[in-house]
Design a protein around this ligand. Structure first.
Ligand SMILES: NC(=O)c1ccc[n+]([C@@H]2O[C@H](COP(=O)([O-])OP(=O)(O)OC[C@H]3O[C@@H](n4cnc5c(N)ncnc54)[C@H](OP(=O)(O)O)[C@@H]3O)[C@@H](O)[C@H]2O)c1
Length: 306
């Protein structure tokens, strides 16, 4: 699969990242085996970048991946392992008063990274991302935490997820290393990053945008779905027309729509179905035009651009 440099680094990521949020399923033997097959399918098909978070499956997703690495340790050097932390679930506390919250305190982030390394069965993360902005974060403390993690060799590179441009600017102002990525939701339902400066900032500062849930609103209802039945029918009709034109499936059109953006968005493929993990690559071959792109935007908006 085609590869792109991440941020201004020399790390070369496959154009699609494989997302590990669903690999443990319900943690049954059969779902775990399915998850391992999904990872191996991704590897066999040129995905070299795997996205995790400490909270996926309550840690079960990282543990499953770590089991696979223990069986095949030679694979570690061939892959980019990203994990995230900073969302602290209600259950992750001895204090029954504590709600689910964001926590970028040094103590919590250091502990989270240690946990990810242990579960993933690795000595280092290629990238560590702050999962969602902690409204109460102390930027100096986070900068210090990143420096400690880097100096210890436990994390090679850093990035953020779900950060608004102003939050990226704030963090960047205190860091001694570059932020390589901003992992954000981009799909036909959620196009905030096209308009709120996120993708402009990425291009200006050489930050790679990574799209989570790229098929939300196409393959399944997006988070916080606001599409009416009419919206869905209009978008579905346009996707059907474009998929016929490009001889592919509607969800592959959606991936091509993301790939077309000049910010070089890297979509994360989260399917655990081997056929879909393979078939996603077809989107990389579509000759997707500006006219296709704007027609789908028009269908999404229910009106032409002004
Ligand atoms: N940073 C963040 O805040 C954040 C938030 C959410 C996710 N993420 C990351 O993003 C990754 C991708 O997210 P995602 O898993 O939601 O991505 P996705 O690729 O948009 O969706 C995958 C889901 O859609 C289903 N699917 C795919 N194609 C389908 C089709 N043609 N018809 C019906 N269902 C279809 C898959 O089912 P099958 O498995 O059955 O194929 C799977 O349940 C995650 O793994 C995680 O790494 C990050």
């Amino acid at each position: 699969m085609k590869q792109l440099s991440i941020g201004k680094s020399d790390i070369k990521s496959s154009r699609f990242i494989y997302g590990c949020m669903r690999i443990a399923g319900d943690n049954s033997e059969s779902d775990r085996n399915k998850g391992k097959r999904a990872i191996m399918t991704a590897l066999d098909n040129g995905y070299n970048h795997f996205d995790h978070a400490d909270i996926y499956g309550g840690g079960a997703c990282e543990s499953l991946f770590g089991e696979l690495l223990a069986e095949t340790p030679h694979l570690r050097e061939q892959m980019i392992l990203t994990s995230k932390a900073g969302i602290r679930p209600r259950s992750n506390s001895h204090d029954s008063y504590a709600p689910t919250r964001y926590d970028f305190s040094q103590r919590y982030l250091m502990k989270s990274v240690e946990g990810s390394l242990l579960r993933l069965n690795t000595d280092y993360l290629d990238m560590f991302l702050l999962h969602r902005p902690d409204y109460l974060f102390d930027v100096e403390e986070v900068a210090d935490t990143f420096a400690l993690l880097k100096a210890s060799g436990k994390v090679k590179h850093f990035g953020v997820s779900n950060f608004k441009p102003s939050q990226v600017e704030l963090l960047k102002s205190k860091l001694s290393m570059p932020l390589l990525v901003n992992q954000v939701e981009i799909n036909i339902h959620n196009i905030d990053t096209l308009m709120d400066g996120t993708l402009d900032q990425c291009q200006q500062h050489g930050i790679t945008p990574i799209a989570w849930c790229p098929l939300g609103g196409v393959a399944y209802p997006a988070w916080g779905n606001t599409f009416s039945t009419d919206d869905e029918q209009r978008i579905g009709a346009e996707l059907a027309q474009q998929s016929e034109k490009h001889a592919c499936a509607p969800w592959q059109v959606m991936l091509a729509w993301l790939l077309k953006h000049p910010a070089n968005i890297l979509p994360i493929i989260g399917s655990t179905t081997p056929e879909r993990i393979v078939a996603a690559k077809q989107a990389l071959t579509l000759d997707y035009s500006r006219e296709d792109w704007y027609r789908l935007l028009e269908a999404r908006n229910g009106q032409q651009v002004p």
